[in-house]
Design a protein around this ligand. Structure first.
Ligand SMILES: NC(=O)c1ccc[n+]([C@@H]2O[C@H](COP(=O)([O-])OP(=O)(O)OC[C@H]3O[C@@H](n4cnc5c(N)ncnc54)[C@H](OP(=O)(O)O)[C@@H]3O)[C@@H](O)[C@H]2O)c1
Length: 337
């Protein structure tokens, strides 16, 4: 089976079609052709496939933000890569480093650019990194979107320091990476989950866990942290923002990342100004963030991505439905087979 998954005609998991490719694509000047070996799913991919991320995005679209593969061919002018090496693409192929460029969202894989849920993908050599050698393909494939976002929220934007307290919401990809990286940095994560059955696994990663199936946890986090957390990794969006505001200490930062519970939030400006809160938007991260994450993982080889399930590429629709049920911990991996 060689080819690609694409959303055709209309949005929806049911609109995904497998299209066979007769031959691999030829890499253009400066490009490398990867044969993908493992990918992972993000909530973003589900939003994209169901048309909730950007309904005006043209179809067909190959989804998939994250992956890793083997270099199979080099286009004209490519130096520094050899056939047979392992490589992982930046999620945002047009953002090597520095400040967020205004057009960064236009250079994201899996929408608007064709994604990685396919056999082959030609990409600019400058948008590829060598992953840490000790990580498996499945582990490397979990990093480009969720882990880089957690890295940027905690360190590049959040300036996290040892001893500080971090609130994370839920047990998905971004949140468990934020938990693990906070522990690595000597900070104290407090994690809120809706599901009691996930509490023990989250605690084993080093988080203090609060089980709260239906909200109302912001004040409890503030009390347990002795006056509020320094940083909130806010992945819930509309449904959790007021809790996050309540959980932060005066002068604390809310890293605005996700929309798991709605995109259009009511915001109490009084709470923000009276308590001097900082709202910091985070759009994944740059190549520099991705490389810094790799360096940290090389230095801390016991920090391994939490993989909550493996699915074959042939079963992508079922894997996306599993992601939506949110019964797993961490990341769902797609194996190319
Ligand atoms: N800004 C960016 O650059 C960026 C980058 C990556 C992701 N994101 C966004 O961040 C969010 C998380 O992404 P992800 O890929 O980590 O998601 P994910 O892996 O699918 O995480 C899902 C987990 O979040 C919790 N959850 C699900 N629905 C929820 C709800 N309605 N309210 C509260 N918690 C809920 C659940 O944990 P429990 O069962 O434990 O409660 C669930 O297991 C998404 O909105 C995604 O689009 C943004």
């Amino acid at each position: 089976m060689v080819g690609r998954w694409q959303v055709e005609g209309a949005w929806g998991v049911d609109q995904l079609r497998w299209v066979e490719d007769a031959a691999p694509p030829e890499p253009g000047p400066g490009e490398v052709r990867l044969r993908l070996t493992a990918m992972s799913l993000n909530f973003r991919d589900l939003l994209m496939v169901t048309g909730r991320y950007n309904p005006s995005q043209p179809l067909p679209l190959v989804p998939g933000s994250d992956g890793v593969g083997v270099v199979e061919a080099l286009g004209p002018g490519v130096a520094g890569w050899s056939v047979g090496e392992r490589a992982t693409p930046l999620f945002c192929v047009g953002w090597p480093g520095g400040r967020l460029p205004a057009d960064a969202p236009r250079h994201a894989l899996g929408g608007p650019l064709p994604g990685l849920l396919q056999t082959w993908r030609c990409l600019p050599a400058a948008a590829l990194l060598r992953p840490p050698a000790h990580l498996s393909d499945a582990e490397v494939a979990t990093l480009p979107c969720a882990a880089v976002t957690a890295w940027r929220a905690l360190f590049t934007e959040g300036g996290l320091r040892p001893g500080q307290q971090v609130l994370v919401i839920g047990t998905g990809g971004v949140s468990l990476f934020a938990t693990q990286l906070a522990v690595m940095a000597g900070a104290r994560p407090i994690l809120v989950t809706r599901r009691p059955e996930k509490a023990a696994a989250a605690a084993a990663l080093g988080a203090e866990v609060i089980v709260a199936p239906s909200g109302g946890w912001g004040r409890e986090v503030r009390a347990r942290s002795g006056g509020g957390v320094d940083l909130v990794v806010e992945v819930g969006g509309a449904g959790t923002l007021s809790e996050s505001l309540a959980a932060a200490r005066p002068g604390g930062t809310i890293a605005i990342i996700g929309v798991l519970d709605g995109m259009d939030a009511h915001l109490s400006l009084i709470a923000v100004l009276m308590r001097g809160l900082r709202l910091q938007g985070v759009f994944v991260g740059s190549g520099e963030d991705h490389a810094a994450l790799h360096a940290a993982l090389r230095a801390h080889p016991t920090l391994r991505p939490v993989i909550g399930g493996h699915h074959p590429l042939s079963a992508l629709p079922e894997a996306l439905r599993a992601l939506e049920r949110a019964e797993h911990l961490g990341k769902l991996v797609i194996e190319a087979g």
